[in-house]
Design a protein around this ligand. Structure first.
Ligand code: EPZ
Length: 418
């Protein structure tokens, strides 16, 4: 098993780019079965989640060819299947392909997605949308049995602005007969990007980025070429890494608008932050000031950056409260940060943090993707060496996090863990 060895004490500085967005790539790969001619997707992050998703598509007959981070995928000949349950359970968004696939092949069986360490992650809103469009989807002993004739447009109200359910319904509705509206839709940048991709296939979508999305179904969707935008969560993670080390870091070739919440919180914590349309530069003081964070659906503070931000606040001046409102247990990083000397009191979904002068390097364990990233960031400012174990979680969402940190001057390396 690999682990990351990080020797703390270096100020990060420099200019980096980040890979294509994991969450946009996964959304696009869910939609790809709708394309009846080949698609070329550029700038796909080569991480375990995207590779697993492509393998799942191949089990339905898709033909995929990787050329570096470009992926050519042909879904012209698809067939029904029941993909390997263990593989399905490796990634949650395997479920998001169900609607597009059943619209193409008529019926299929797919194991229910796993939850993970951050929460139960139900799919009731996905099912509400698929049923409204006329698909039959029933759970039979942990496996979904799905079938659909022609899907019909419908009005769908989401009890909460679920990013996944919004994506799933938008995809399925693209080939439904008639008009579908999604009310209380998610407004994340991933939704806007997915709508762009679907539109490039010939879909007719409006309202993406707002809470009311309208999809006018079309008979057929064809292939296209689409470039995955930069990963806003990776960008936010490295900006926080720069800020908490008193450094000067620029992330370029991104959509700076996606960083509004992070930029404002870093400024509130005392960092100077300059933005252009496609870059963000953080120039931080020796020590940030504590701030309060409450995660919210977009455009609120992104839940995926909450854990890295909590790591930064462990060494800030004064007290901070970090409240997680999206997931019920996105707190796996807290006990590990405490092992490093952080002063944290957890109450339910909230962490009450009092900044300490120094963290001490320790052997810590990543429990989920963003918790792992948070522990790497804590290692950057800790005295001595930090060994982050279970880094397969980190590799799901960061293509070689140690390479990026090293580019910025950190002392970080991947080592064999005994
Ligand atoms: C996507 O997850 C992202 N994952 C998550 O990123 C991100 O945190 C989340 O959106 C919010 O932005 C991918 O895109 C692969 P949701 P998703 O549906 O689709 C509840 C990361 O670290 N809910 O908006 O699961 C659910 O329990 C990952 O990259 C229902 O109740 O997000 C959760 O509490 C983590 N019923 C909340 O909504 C449903 O049917 C947010 O879920 C669906 C969701």
């Amino acid at each position: 098993m690999d682990a990351l060895l990080i020797k703390g004490g270096k100020r990060l500085s420099g200019v980096i780019e980040v890979a294509g967005s994991k969450n946009i790539a996964l959304a696009v790969l869910s939609a790809v079965p709708l394309a009846q001619t080949p698609v070329l997707i550029r700038n796909v992050p080569v991480i375990s989640d995207t590779q697993i998703k492509v393998q799942l598509l191949e089990s339905f007959g898709a033909k995929a060819e990787w050329q570096g981070s470009d992926l050519r995928i042909d879904c012209s000949e698809l067939h029904s299947a029941e993909p390997d349950e263990d593989m399905v359970r490796l990634i949650r968004t395997s479920f998001y392909m169900l609607g597009p696939l059943v619209a193409r092949v008529g019926s299929l069986r797919m194991a229910a997605p796993g939850g993970c360490k951050i929460g139960a992650r139900p799919v009731d809103l996905h099912l509400k949308g698929l049923h409204a469009l006329g698909a039959k989807v029933e759970l039979d002993g942990g496996v979904y049995e799905a079938s659909a004739g022609v899907l019909r447009g419908s009005e769908v109200y989401l009890d909460m602005p679920s990013a996944g359910a919004t994506q799933h319904i938008m995809c399925a509705a693209s080939m439904a007969r008639g008009v579908t509206t999604i009310q209380n839709a998610a407004m994340e940048p991933e939704i806007v990007a997915l709508a762009e991709f679907l539109t490039s296939l010939g879909a007719k979508i409006s309202g993406q980025g707002s809470s009311l999305i309208t999809i006018e179904g079309v008979e057929q969707l064809g292939g296209s070429e689409y470039k995955i935008p930069a990963d806003r969560i990776q960008a936010g993670t490295f900006l926080i890494a720069g800020a908490m080390t008193g450094g000067n870091v620029t992330v370029k070739e991104i959509n700076a608008d996606d960083q509004t919440a992070v930029v404002n919180k870093l400024r509130e914590a005392g960092a100077e932050v300059e933005t252009t349309e496609t870059s963000v530069t953080v120039n931080a003081p020796n020590r940030l000031n504590g701030v309060n964070i409450k995660t919210m659906p977009h455009p609120g503070f992104p839940t995926d950056v909450q854990q890295p931000m909590a790591a930064a606040l462990c060494v800030a001046n004064g007290a901070s409260v970090v409240e997680e409102t999206i997931y019920e247990s996105r707190t796996g990083h807290l006990p590990e940060l405490s092992r490093m000397g952080a002063n944290i009191r957890q109450e339910g979904r909230s962490a009450f943090i009092v900044g300490v002068d120094k963290l001490r390097g320790a052997k810590v364990q990543a429990s989920d993707l963003r918790a792992g990233a948070a522990l790497c960031l804590a290692g950057l400012v800790a005295e001595g060496e930090t060994l982050v174990q279970n880094i397969h979680w980190i590799d799901r969402g960061y293509d070689s996090i140690e390479r990026k940190l090293t580019e910025l001057g950190a002392d970080a390396s991947r080592v064999q863990d005994s």
